[in-house]
Every structure is written in structure tokens, then in C-alpha cells.
Design a protein around this ligand. Structure first.
Ligand code: NAP
Length: 284
């Protein structure tokens, strides 16, 4: 049995972790511990519950720890930006940090969510194309920022954005070039010619309200993706699949954002095995 790192209140063999508040529900330990074992790297990935008030002192202690890095989740993704020593361009533009690498006592912040989102689509849909294509994105919360950044980076030029709270969508459209706002009540009127439909709202998630949206005019060539992974196949995806559309659930995004973080910390790209996916699916 190893001892404890008293300052961070984690076992001494911890080499990476995820922080959030609350954090007990996180699937990240399952993913990263399976890869640490797979790659023959000794050490564990833990969850650390950090309250917003404790975040600054946690970051100071982290600088002097032996951890390779951490993931950052709700509610710290934005608040941790000024507490890092360096933020890369991706995290700066997304406006959130989900991954920190610790090198020579310095905290380097980045964001791997956009990579996870795009990679999930590319690996799930064989002829996935973004350049000069059209998308409708539902929602304007934290996850939406990474989605917009990823789509624009891939060369999408016509991105329609709609959100229950229109002001939030307008604020995003002012920040992300090529994004225009559609009224929430008219969301179903803008899907007949799109190549991609993305749900970044929490509607349709386990224990949340359903996403109400008429899909009558959706064409079967449109790729439909949901960031939600619990359930694995949301009602939106089921209905789109019923119309012949290629559909992509959110679990892959979770796994690919983790893959990128793991390779930043440890230099190795882990294998995403069927066993890992099955274990994740069973854990939901
Ligand atoms: P968030 O910042 O809280 O944003 C929630 C979004 O859902 C907002 O656009 C909000 O609209 C909308 N919404 C919530 N309740 C609604 C309702 N009753 N009617 C209409 N719109 C409603 O959350 P987030 O961090 O962006 O996460 C959003 C979803 O993505 C969650 O389900 C999360 O689990 C999932 N996610 C998945 C991954 C992955 O790796 N697969 C990564 C990140 C997030 P308002 O602005 O009007 O409130």
C-alpha cells in the first residue's frame, strides 16, 4: 500500500488525475488506468474533488507535485485559465482548459475537446467531410465552444447556431467567424440542406428533458451527432438513423479527448480497444 501525498490528498503513486466538483461520476479514471496498464506505465490516474475556493491553492500545490498532468472538468474549465503559466492557442480560442501538462514546475493548459469531437466523427463516418460544408449546431454552452472551434478549424463555412437563450448564441457568433444565429423555435426549418447536425445541449440526456425537434425535412446524407453518451444512443440519433442518416454518439468524443491528453503527458498514443469501449458502455 502506497503512502499519501498529503498536500493534494491523493495516493503517492498518482501520476495523473481529473479535477472537478463534484467528480465521483467521472469515467476518466477507467479510461486512463486501462491505458497506463496497457502501456506498462506504473502509477495511477485518480479523481480529485477540488472546490472553486480551493482551486488557486490546488494549482500551487500541483506545480510542486510529481504528476505529469491533469484533466479539468466542470466547474473549473474557465476559472483555471489565469491560474496556468501558459495557455496554448486552442484553449485560448475555445476559452476553456480541459488538460494541463506539468513540466518543470509549470502548468501548460490546452483543450483536447475539439480534437475529440472531430476525431470521433472522422473515425465513425468513412467519408466525413467538413470543408465548405453546412452545419446546424444546437446549444451554446461550454461544450459548444469546442465544437464551433473544431468545425471552423476543419474549414466549415456555413454554421448555423441555435440556443434556447438566444443571447448566448449571439455572443458565440460574435466570437466565432462564420457562425450565424437561428431562432430556437425555427431550428427544424434549417435542416433540409445541412451536412451535419450537432446536439451540444443536455436535452436527451439520462434524467433530462427530451430534445423536441421535427426531423421531417432532414436528408439521409446528413450526419447527425450528439455529444451526449448516456444514453449511448439518444432519441435524436435513433430518429435520425430511422431516416437513414449516419449517426455518431458522444462516447467516442470522451475517449478521443482522453487519448490526446494521454499522449501529451506520456508520449505514447494508447490503443482504444473494444474491451475498453465495452467496459465504458457497461459503466453507464
Ligand atoms: P452547459 O454549458 O450547461 O450547456 C447546456 C446547454 O443545454 C445550453 O445550451 C442550454 O441552453 C441547453 N439546455 C439545457 N436545458 C435546456 C432546455 N430545457 N431547453 C433548451 N435548451 C436547454 O453544458 P455543456 O458542458 O455544454 O454540456 C452539454 C452536453 O454535452 C451535456 O450533455 C454533456 O454531458 C455533453 N458533453 C459531452 C462531452 C463528450 O466528451 N462527449 C463533452 C462535453 C460535454 P441555455 O443556454 O438556454 O441554458
Amino acid at each position: 500500500m502506497s503512502g499519501m501525498n498529503k498536500k493534494l490528498n491523493i495516493p503517492e503513486d498518482t501520476i495523473a488525475a481529473v479535477i472537478g466538483h463534484p467528480i465521483a461520476h467521472s469515467r476518466s479514471p477507467l479510461i486512463h488506468n486501462s491505458w497506463l496498464e496497457q502501456q506498462g506505465i506504473s502509477g495511477r490516474y485518480e479523481t480529485i474533488d477540488v472546490t472553486p475556493a480551493a482551486l488557486p491553492s490546488f494549482c500551487d500545490d500541483l506545480r510542486h507535485s510529481h504528476l505529469k498532468g491533469i484533466n479539468v472538468t466542470i466547474p473549473h474549465k474557465e476559472k483555471i485559465i489565469p491560474l496556468c503559466d501558459e495557455i496554448d492557442d486552442t484553449a485560448q480560442k475555445i476559452g476553456a482548459v480541459n488538460t494541463i501538462s506539468i513540466k518543470e514546475g509549470k502548468l501548460h493548459g490546452t483543450n483536447t475537446d475539439a480534437y475529440g469531437f472531430i476525431r470521433n466523427l472522422q473515425t465513425s463516418v468513412s467519408d466525413m467531410a467538413f470543408k465548405d460544408k453546412k452545419a446546424l449546431v444546437l446549444g451554446a454552452g461550454g461544450a459548444c465552444r469546442a465544437v464551433l472551434y473544431g468545425l471552423i478549424e476543419q474549414g466549415m463555412t456555413d454554421i448555423r447556431l441555435t440556443n434556447r437563450t438566444t443571447e448566448k448564441a449571439r455572443a458565440l457568433a460574435a466570437e466565432f467567424k462564420g457562425v450565424r444565429v437561428i431562432p430556437w423555435d425555427e431550428r427544424a426549418d434549417h435542416i433540409s440542406d445541412i451536412d451535419l447536425l450537432v446536439n451540444t445541449t443536455s436535452l436527451g440526456m439520462h434524467n433530462q428533458l427530451p430534445l423536441e425537434m421535427n426531423l421531417d425535412s432532414l436528408s439521409s446524407h446528413t450526419v447527425v451527432t450528439d455529444l451526449i453518451y448516456n444514453p449511448l444512443q439518444t432519441d435524436l440519433l435513433k430518429r435520425a438513423a430511422g431516416k437513414g442518416c449516419p449517426t455518431v454518439g458522444g462516447l467516442g468524443m470522451l475517449v478521443y479527448q482522453a487519448e490526446k491528453a494521454f499522449s501529451l503527458w506520456f508520449g505514447d498514443t494508447p490503443d482504444i480497444t473494444d474491451d475498453l469501449i465495452k467496459e465504458l458502455e457497461d459503466s453507464l
